[in-house]
Write a protein that binds this ligand. Sequence first.
Ligand code: SAH
Length: 273
Amino acid sequence: MGSIFSHSGMPAAMGAIGNSAAPARDDAQGVLYGVSLGPGEPELITLKALRILERSEVICCPGTPDRMGGMASLALDILRALGLPESRFRVMAVPMFRNPEIAGKKYPEHFSAIAGACREGKTVAVASVGDAGFFSTFTPFMQMAAREGIMCRVVAGVPAFLAAGAAACIPLALHDDRVTVVAMAAGTEELERAVQAGGTVVVMKLSTIRKELVPWLERSGHPFLYAEKVGMPGEFITSDIRQLRRRSIPYFSLLICSRHCPQPAQNIEHKEA
Ligand code: SAH
């Protein structure tokens, strides 16, 4: 891969990392921004991300086709809540398949529209829920931009698992704690191994193990925090296994297993969707 560009000053270009040895910027070309929206609560976007969105001529975000023939997009919901102009929004259909090769088939098509707008001199933002560099749909665009010589920057943001810890008022790590993040776990055996290794275990894309989740937590008795749609309408957070039994475990849910989570008998804040 050519280069990764991300720093707070001038945009770097091909062949450079950070601000070292960056060739002069071609002013005729626009910049592609990966903009982190934070987990959902509009106030958890950064000032910088908001500023970039406000001055972007095109604002792209991922969406999944819904049953009504429309497009479901939490990123779009956040953009709307921020009061940005609707006319700049472009929702990109990004199918959610476990196999990255199938899921990635649409990216080149979306990227050619993005690259076209950048070459016309436009500032283009690709908005991502949470942080734009953490299991994000922005990453393939960043890699394609590097290959095609499109200037690219990433604006950091608050990832959902940190927002979940904050919402429940628990620390995620202290002193020499290790933190392991698992996404698309193959099964609960993998999670059990991670918990046994010690520290805090964060499980993203939890819906891939939705059937095994409750039986495993019941068997193991691990203290946990389950967080669904953190910072969004329908937010639901619990440490109570009885509450978890009734949940459908949607895509926007995650689990934290840690000694810092409330002990199984305790029940923390519980909000019904
Ligand atoms: N870039 C995001 C992660 C995207 S991967 C971030 O930095 O957080 C998608 C996964 O993130 C979901 O399956 C879910 O596990 C988690 N996620 C993202 N937003 C969430 C939210 N508001 N509430 C709960 N989980 C969320």
